[in-house]
Design a protein around this ligand. Structure first.
Ligand code: DGT
Ligand code: CA
Ligand code: CA
Ligand code: ZN
Length: 585
């Protein structure tokens, strides 16, 4: 039996849901697959273990029928509902559906009327002008789809960090446990914690390379071996992910890890630097260059510390910032900032509950916050204007506040719950509720949830207006992007950050794996503007609060230190940073 990891199972269930939706199936049917996929992605244990014990139905949203389908999938690589859904349409139709601006109804329409069966065919239909002849398709809609297709093609073939990292860590662990390798570490874009990953690179050290390569071929996750030589083995996992395992001698491990961590730009800068000093650096070590130009004495290679030191760089730049954007110069001067760490995080400000569209109760979220060692937790459900996901009325808010007060007074010593909300930024920057209601929250997040087709001027103006509202403390997922599915809003980030600095508005770094918004370059700009960052998971079930890890990693990529991070502060500092307390409001 090949081993499917949770992310791979989730993707198969999502594919089934997508196919059913295109086919016009009952909403209840396809949503049940999506809900289950959502739980499974965040589930802390591997489903293969649960299946062995017959415990799959422990997962919320997984009943007897779905449990049987997952068991089939684990044993045979597919299940009957998926196969019958696949046979109804060419699989390319699902890809068409995933193009931003298309969706299931239009994918079906394009297929039925124009035979569009792939993103490529969609591009042709747009170029030839055939799409605009269809009912309901104005020139503006077609233009949106054209841009959506561009964005879709840019992201194709890459996976989310959160889908790849747990797999890579499991594989590295498995290699070490097997006994043939000493160290095994995920390298490449994964070690740099890039938001999307092309392939997984693992660097291993061993005194017995051929045994290590055999171990790589025999990993439980392997579906197919692509190539295997003396120092490198490439495999495809059953989830369709390519993994490159490279093995070196232990005294070369630091040099190999450095080389295969990249980035390419960082490595090129190091190589040039080495050259100027009469040195050469590659994946085997740092060498002096002999008179005749050949490799001379080897002076470093066992550890990354040695490699950088041999090049005259006293500090090792953290992998997340190795992009040749000033980190080498700072490291040389011993001036690297202390970057945020997971252990600095004391709470989470963005977590939804069963009062709106999430799957865990307030008490369950609090229990998770306690498990994570937090001091405080902000509840921030959707506000009234987002009624379609159960946005809270004032009466419902009263109920939630009573529950918060009761939990905070229960003497359990659990993390303190702050009363928050996720407001919707509407036309002209207006938000939900009357000021008297807004004044009763401990803090307010305000997010753009509409206006995806607005221009830069309009959408920036809306955000700036919201930031002038004294009750708006935090801007949620500021650019609104969803990786691989929705491009960021065309915000004028400079103006937004200047306004945030002026008004003391905090910017969210939404840690949900397909958002990571603000992104790295914007975070670094924010820090330079003196803007504070709140790293929040936007949890829609308690387990999602583990996504904080990806938020911290993204913050590090943006050179964010603990002094700029709201939820790295103790509670009294948090209160002082919120706008309302400074304004006596
Ligand atoms: P990915 O896989 O597209 O998410 O990005 P990476 O950065 O993991 O790229 P990958 O897998 O092609 O190569 C892994 C690392 O190996 C890369 O980060 C740096 C190093 N590397 C690869 N090709 C070159 C190269 O041509 N020159 C240098 N200096 N380093 C390279
Ligand atoms: Ca890679
Ligand atoms: Ca690679
Ligand atoms: Zn939210």
């Amino acid at each position: 039996m090949s081993e499917f990891d949770n992310a791979a199972i989730a993707r198969h269930l999502e594919l089934t849901a997508d196919l059913l939706e295109v086919a016009g199936a009952d909403k209840y049917r396809f949503l049940s697959y999506r809900k289950a996929a959502n739980s499974i992605r965040a589930w802390p244990e591997q489903l293969t273990a649960l299946a062995d014990d017959g415990r799959l139905t422990d997962i919320p949203g997984v009943g007897a029928k779905l449990s049987a389908s997952i068991t089939e999938l684990l044993h045979h690589g597919t299940f009957p509902e998926l196969e019958s859904a696949k046979s109804a349409f060419p699989p390319g139709v699902v890809e068409v559906m995933q193009v931003p601006g298309v969706g299931p109804k239009r994918a079906r329409q394009f297929f039925d009327s124009l035979g569009v069966d792939s993103p490529h065919a969609l591009g042709e239909a747009i170029e030839s002008g055939r799409l605009v002849t269809l009912g309901g398709m104005g020139a503006k809609t077609v233009e949106n789809i054209r841009r959506g297709l561009e964005s879709y093609l840019r992201h194709q073939g890459r996976m989310l960090l959160a889908d790849a990292l747990p797999l890579a860590e499991r594989i590295a662990g498995e290699l070490v446990e097997g006994g043939t390798v000493e160290h095994a570490v995920p390298a490449g874009s994964l070690r740099r914690m890039q938001e999307t990953i092309g392939d997984v690179d693992i660097v291993a050290s061993s005194h017995d390379p051929s045994a290590a390569m055999a171990a790589a071929r025999g990993l439980a996750e392997v579906d197919r071996v692509i190539a295997s030589g003396d120092t490198k083995t490439s495999v495809l996992t059953s989830g369709g992910i390519q993994v490159d395992v490279r093995v070196v001698e232990p005294e070369q491990f630091g040099a190999a890890l450095q080389y295969f961590t990249g980035s390419k730009e960082h490595n090129i800068h190091l190589r040039e630097r080495a050259k100027k000093r009469g040195l050469k650096v590659n994946e085997y070590g740092v060498f002096r260059i002999a008179e005749d130009g050949a490799d001379g004495e080897r002076i470093a290679g066992a550890s990354e510390d040695d490699v950088y030191a041999a090049l005259g760089i006293g500090q090792v730049p953290p992998p997340e910032i190795r992009h040749d954007t000033g980190e080498i110069e700072a490291a040389e001067e011993g001036a690297l900032p202390r970057l945020l760490e997971r252990a600095d995080i004391r709470g989470d400000f963005h977590a939804h509950t069963t009062s709106t569209d999430a799957h865990s109760s307030l008490a369950e979220n609090r229990a998770m916050a306690a498990e994570l060692g937090y001091e405080y937790l902000g509840v921030s459900d959707h506000a009234y204007d987002l009624r379609m996901v159960g946005g809270l009325s004032v009466a419902e808010l009263e109920e939630q506040w009573a529950e918060v007060d009761a939990l905070n007074a229960d003497g359990s010593g659990a993390p303190y719950i702050l009363k928050g909300i996720e407001l919707n930024i509407g036309a002209d920057g207006r938000v939900d509720y009357e000021p008297e209601v807004l004044a009763r929250f401990d803090y307010c997040i305000a997010s753009l949830h509409s206006g995806w087709n607005e221009g830069a001027e309009e959408v920036t103006a809306r955000l700036l207006a919201a930031m002038d509202n004294p009750y708006v403390d935090i801007i949620g997922h500021p650019t609104g992007r969803i990786l691989g599915r929705r491009d960021p809003l065309p915000l004028d980030i400079e103006r937004v950050l200047a306004k945030a600095a002026e008004t003391g508005t905090i910017m969210e770094l939404n840690a949900y794996p397909d958002r990571l918004d603000l992104r790295d370059v914007h975070l670094r700009m924010a820090v330079e503007h003196g803007v504070k960052i709140a790293i929040s998971t936007d949890a829609h079930r308690a387990e999602h609060m583990h996504y904080m890890r990806y938020g911290v990693a993204t913050a590090r990529r943006g050179w964010v230190g603990p002094e700029s991070c709201l939820n790295a502060q103790p509670l009294d500092t948090v209160r002082a940073w919120l706008r309302r307390s400074r304004q006596g409001g």
